[in-house]
Design a protein around this ligand. Structure first.
Ligand SMILES: [Zn+2]
Length: 361
């Protein structure tokens, strides 16, 4: 399933990159025998596509969905490093694509290629300063919710991979300050931390849950929360979900978070308004961009969630379902059974209440 989707995505990206006259034909012409790693060609196609579109992506990831993914991955013991490494491999591919289209005569010029890409991917307000011995990159983000953790290790990895390829030596990059962690902007520098700051997971998840709950209550059922980061860029970190340890950790954190959000959403008001809770659950699912929730029945509870085509990977659905399960358990205080099916290449999950006895009068 996942493999089929990957091929289709890749084909699609390549096609549109070509149609738009991709800057610098680096698009996935697999030179030589490099195709031992299946992800690389896909990355290069996506990268070319992002550069060619110049940031005019139709499909963006809502801010809350990004925040969810970034926070959950910042808190797992190894997954933060895995994100950094995934970023590095994207950064290396980016340099390959970008340097094939432009000839860079200095570090400064080459950093410009990196920053243009980050802007096109949706980090629109990104600036940099390049010195002979160091590079500093800043992403300006107004109104970023305070989570208490540095969330951009994937981006730090992209920068490190790119600069390492450009300089032909290992260049570490650290996010030395994050807009989600007490700073007014995200600052990246070519240094490595002596001691990496370890976030307080419980506090961070509680802050994130509070933010999600607050936004779910005010969410518009019919329109998605907006965001600027392109979905295909975001998808570059998705292959990690194929790693068992990674997806297990993601699932367990997501389940915990679902519980927290449920607790904050439902305990504060209208304890007995079951119908409202069901609507809030649908809002939350939509806010996090898991897909399209349809309430089939309120009592007994029955909801179906059609996952987006881009999110229809088994591992992603599992992480999302772990969250949704936690949310429903703490929100409706009932247990549910989920059954998955695939329709037109996308996942649809049916969630039905199982212990009806408690509800009967
Ligand atoms: Zn940050």
């Amino acid at each position: 399933m996942a493999a089929t989707r990957k091929v289709r995505d890749s084909a699609k990206s390549k096609r549109s990159a070509r149609r738009r006259g991709a800057a610098g034909g680096g698009e996935g012409k697999s030179k030589g025998k490099q195709s031992g790693k299946p992800g690389i060609e896909y990355s290069e196609a996506v990268i070319s596509n992002i550069i060619a579109n110049g940031g005019a992506s139709k499909h963006t990831v809502p801010d809350e969905a990004l925040l969810f993914g970034a926070t959950v991955s910042a808190l797992g013991s190894n997954i933060n490093d895995m994100h950094y490494k995934a970023g590095m491999s994207v950064g290396k591919s980016l340099y390959k694509v970008s340097s094939a289209a432009n000839s860079y005569s200095s570090t400064e010029e080459s950093v410009d290629g990196l920053v243009s890409f980050l802007k096109a991917a949706g980090h629109k307000n990104t600036t940099y300063q390049a010195f002979p011995d160091k590079v500093e990159i800043t992403m300006h983000r107004d109104g970023a919710p305070k989570i208490g953790a540095n969330l951009h290790s994937f981006e730090a990895g992209v920068m490190s991979g790119y600069l390492s390829a450009s300089e032909r030596r290992h260049v570490p990059v650290s996010e030395v300050a994050c807009a989600h962690n007490g700073s007014d902007r995200c600052r990246f520098a070519t240094v490595s931390f002596n001691r990496k700051p370890v976030p307080d997971s419980r506090k961070a998840l509680s802050a994130l849950a509070e933010h999600i709950a607050e936004n779910s209550r005010t969410a518009n059922y019919y329109s998605r929360s907006h965001g600027e980061v392109s979905h295909v860029y975001h998808s570059l970190s998705a292959p990690l979900l194929g790693d068992r340890e990674y997806s297990e950790q993601m699932k367990s954190i997501a389940g915990y978070l679902g519980n927290e959000v449920g607790g904050k959403l439902f305990n504060s008001y209208n304890k007995n308004r079951h119908g409202n809770h069901v609507v809030d659950i649908a809002h939350t699912i939509r806010l996090l961009n898991f897909g399209n929730p349809i309430v089939e029945s309120i009592l007994p509870f029955h909801m179906s969630v059609a996952f987006d085509e881009l999110n229809s990977k088994k591992e992603f659905v599992d992480v999302a379902m772990s969250f949704i399960d936690g949310l429903i358990m703490s929100g409706l205080r009932t247990s549910v059974q989920a059954t998955e099916r695939v329709e037109d290449g996308s996942y649809v999950v049916d969630i039905k209440e199982t212990n009806l006895r408690e509800r009967r009068k």
